[in-house]
Each structure stands twice: as structure tokens, then as C-alpha cells.
Write a protein that binds this ligand. Structure first.
Ligand SMILES: Cc1cc2nc3c(=O)[nH]c(=O)nc-3n(C[C@H](O)[C@H](O)[C@H](O)COP(=O)(O)O)c2cc1C
Length: 190
């Protein structure tokens, strides 16, 4: 298989990642995001909020008080896992992240966030706080203004992509590494 196939695979990955952010039914819209916690690796489901092929950036939104944040601040390396059961495609994307909190990008994203989603940042106690009973704890009131300060963007600069597609015609795997200027592309044993 030619290098052209590798180019197409990489283009398709970014195109599908980008499309998935607007498609509620796309399985890549809900990736697993892995970070280093204070006591080892941690992973959770996130909504992919944006995928920018040119800048190689993936973003998610989170509550800055959540337990993923302290570990992430210690070690900004992230691993994203996307799986499409229909196409049997797995994409693992790695890269360093930064947190946008109470800055211009956070303000813009907060302004674009639906009211319903804003309530996710309105819990009185930080996410993960233990409770005596099940509770959603979101405050349904008009003033969400100060809840903006709970809102953060995790923005990751992707430098490695490991693509795998299972098929009865033969599995295929490809590795893409960003060398600072361009993607280095190669086939790999599945
Ligand atoms: C379908 C689904 C989507 C989710 N999307 C997000 C999200 O976009 N951002 C987020 O912070 N947590 C999201 N969560 C919750 C996380 O999986 C996780 O429980 C939460 O962020 C706390 O993680 P932490 O304790 O590692 O900080 C989602 C959970 C599910 C089930």
C-alpha cells in the first residue's frame, strides 16, 4: 500500500474527528481521555468539543475543580481513545495539554455553551465530593455568571496518532508522528 493511503488515512481521521463534534450519533464524539492522576493513570469519557486538523488540537470542556485537574497540572501528557464499532476503527491520539481557565478562550467557549450544559458547572461541591445520598446538586437558578469560574477547556496538542482498523481482509495499523514540521507516517504491524 502506498504513502497516498497513509495520507488519506490521516486526512480521514482528522475529518471524522472534526465532523464528530457536530454529530450526536458519531462514536468519536465520546472518547476516553486518559491523564496521569495523583495516584496513577486515570481515564474517563468526555465529549470531544473540537478537532482542528491544521493546528492538531483536540479540546474538551471540564470543571476546573474536578480531580483530573491536579494530576493533569503535574503531568500534561494526555491519551485520547476513539473507537468506531461500525468501521472497527480505533484511534489513539497522544499529546500535551494546557488548561484554559478564566481567560479569553474560556470566556468565548462559555458564551457558546448551552444553558443546559452550563448547569454541569453549577454544583456547589466539587465533582467527586462524597455525598450521603444521590444528588445532582446542580443549581437551577438564573445567575450562572460566577459558575463560569468552574469552567475550563482542556486543549491538547496532538503529536502521535496510532490508527488500527480490524478487517476480515487483514487488519491494518498506521503510526503518525508529528516531528515539529510535518507528520511522519508509517505502517505498523497490527
Ligand atoms: C457520556 C459522558 C460524557 C461525559 N462528558 C464529559 C465532559 O465533556 N467533560 C467532563 O469533565 N466530564 C464528562 N463526563 C464525566 C466524566 O466521565 C467523569 O466522570 C468526570 O469528568 C470526573 O472525572 P475525574 O474524576 O477524572 O475528574 C462524561 C461522562 C459521560 C458518561
Amino acid at each position: 500500500m502506498s504513502n497516498q493511503d497513509l495520507n488519506t488515512i490521516l486526512d480521514n481521521i482528522w475529518q471524522h474527528l472534526s465532523q464528530s463534534t457536530d454529530d450526536l450519533n458519531h462514536p468519536w464524539r465520546l472518547p476516553s481521555l486518559s491523564t496521569q492522576g495523583l495516584n496513577g493513570p486515570t481515564v474517563r469519557t468526555m465529549v470531544l468539543r473540537s478537532a482542528d486538523p491544521q493546528k492538531r488540537i483536540l479540546t474538551a470542556h471540564t470543571d476546573v475543580r474536578s480531580t483530573k485537574i491536579p494530576g493533569f497540572r503535574n503531568d500534561p501528557r494526555t491519551a485520547w481513545l476513539f473507537f468506531n464499532p461500525k468501521t472497527k476503527e480505533q484511534v489513539r491520539a497522544n499529546g500535551r495539554g494546557i488548561i484554559h481557565h478564566n481567560n479569553k478562550p474560556a470566556q468565548i467557549a462559555w458564551n457558546e455553551t448551552s444553558l443546559e450544559n452550563k448547569y454541569n458547572y453549577a454544583t456547589q461541591l466539587p465533582p467527586g465530593s462524597k455525598n450521603d445520598k444521590p444528588t445532582t446538586d446542580q443549581i437551577h437558578e438564573n445567575s450562572l455568571a460566577n459558575k463560569y469560574l468552574n469552567f475550563a477547556i482542556i486543549q491538547c496538542d496532538i503529536t502521535e496518532i496510532d490508527w488500527l482498523q480490524l478487517s476480515s481482509n487483514g487488519h491494518r495499523r498506521a503510526l503518525f508522528n508529528w516531528n515539529g514540521n510535518t507528520w511522519h507516517k508509517s505502517w505498523a504491524t497490527p
